[in-house]
Unconditional design. Structure first.
Length: 374
């Protein structure tokens, strides 16, 4: 079970600047479900009833790297039988992987699992709730499926080549694989410093569209709502008065689209645990909505698919409890049953349903191009 965290500008790293972090020679894995945590280490399986994953890490895995994800549903009272969190266990960062054997590839195409009509009706439904004052913003998502026989790691590398991003990730688990083309930082902790860079606001990638995005009141309002949400979330885990908004509405251009990014940072409280950091900040605000609790409740009613790692937190924790997690967006889940890919859109009062539907295709463009070029 190997993992590859890939960045166009070393965003995954704390100090040593490298664009690739490779993890190989897994010693086992650890996962949390609603009734407790299971640790599989060096062939031995141990179950810790009613114990969270971070507590087991503190007791048993102090000297290891953990690479994996917290699902969107982490810590929610209504959780499914799926993983709330799962991480592979590695002794250290590895050298570059050996190249895989090339196989004959047939072209593949991304197919809609969530129909346009269904997504548009969902947008109309939540817009009504926004007009009633139940929520101010919400992130709705949709599922696609595909059928590719390409080596999964090669698929990830081709996806990254189509659209280089800050937080590309590829992780093999014992029963599934995830690969993500995320450009959004959820949380990075180094010593006492913690940073988040929410992304909200989307346009096509042309210079004209990018300039228009900078002036778009609706898109900037979306971003500002999530900045305020993340500022409040960080305030629950940081020293009073230490949380600051470092930048707003930075233009980030990629091969298929342009996004607005803001930065919020703070100083963590003394002795705060990893569990309490994530308990107070999950799920990521940009893929939930405001108010977060109510938005998550509505999402669970409107969406029929389980999000899992999609819209969760994907990344790693080092042996000193420093960590870096992306928001699990532009993400594919691959298992023996099917291969899925997900995108979404932020909905506010003046959202246009057909435009939001088109945005979900724009966000899938890089992955769709990857598949069609196989």
């Amino acid at each position: 079970m190997k993992a590859h965290l890939k960045s166009k500008n070393s965003s995954w790293c704390f100090k040593k600047k490298t664009k690739n972090l490779y993890f190989d020679n897994s010693l086992g894995y650890i996962f949390q479900k609603k009734n407790g945590t299971t640790l599989v280490l060096s062939g031995k399986r141990t179950f810790f009833k009613n114990t969270n994953l971070f507590e087991v890490k503190k007791r048993k895995l102090k000297d290891f790297f953990l690479v994996g994800y917290l699902s969107y549903e982490f810590g929610m009272t209504k959780t499914s039988k799926d993983y709330e969190a799962i991480f592979n266990i590695y002794p250290n960062i590895s050298s570059k992987f050996k190249a895989s054997k090339k196989n004959d590839i047939q072209k593949s195409y991304l197919k809609k699992k969530t129909t346009d009509l269904k997504f548009i009706k969902s947008v109309q439904k939540v817009k009504k709730l926004i007009s009633q004052g139940d929520i101010y913003q919400i992130n709705l998502t949709r599922e696609f499926v595909f059928n590719s026989h390409k080596n999964n790691h090669d698929l990830f590398l081709d996806y990254f080549k189509q659209q280089p991003v800050e937080y590309g990730s590829y992780i093999e688990f014992h029963d599934h694989v995830i690969l993500s083309g995320s450009m959004e930082l959820f949380l990075q902790k180094y010593k006492k410093n913690i940073t988040t860079r929410p992304i909200k606001g989307t346009s096509e990638s042309s210079k004209i569209d990018s300039n228009n995005l900078r002036k778009d009141i609706k898109e900037k309002a979306e971003n500002l709502m999530i900045v305020d949400l993340m500022r409040n979330d960080l305030s629950t885990v940081c020293r009073p008065g230490s949380v600051t908004v470092d930048s707003l509405f930075k233009i980030k251009r990629y091969s298929t689209l342009t996004q607005l990014e803001s930065t919020v940072s703070g100083k963590l409280r003394d002795n705060i645990s990893l569990y309490n950091i994530f308990k107070n900040t999950m799920p990521p605000g940009s893929v939930t909505g405001t108010p977060k609790k109510k938005a998550a409740e509505i999402i669970s009613q409107v969406e029929k698919h389980q999000r899992g790692p999609y819209c969760g937190a994907v990344g790693y924790i080092d042996s000193k409890d420093n960590f870096c997690f992306s928001v699990g967006i532009r993400l594919s889940i691959i298992n023996n049953e099917r291969k899925s890919f997900y995108t979404g859109a932020g909905i506010v009062w003046d959202s246009k349903p057909k435009k939001e539907n088109s945005e979900t295709y724009l966000k899938a463009k890089a992955f769709r191009n990857t598949l069609s070029n196989l």
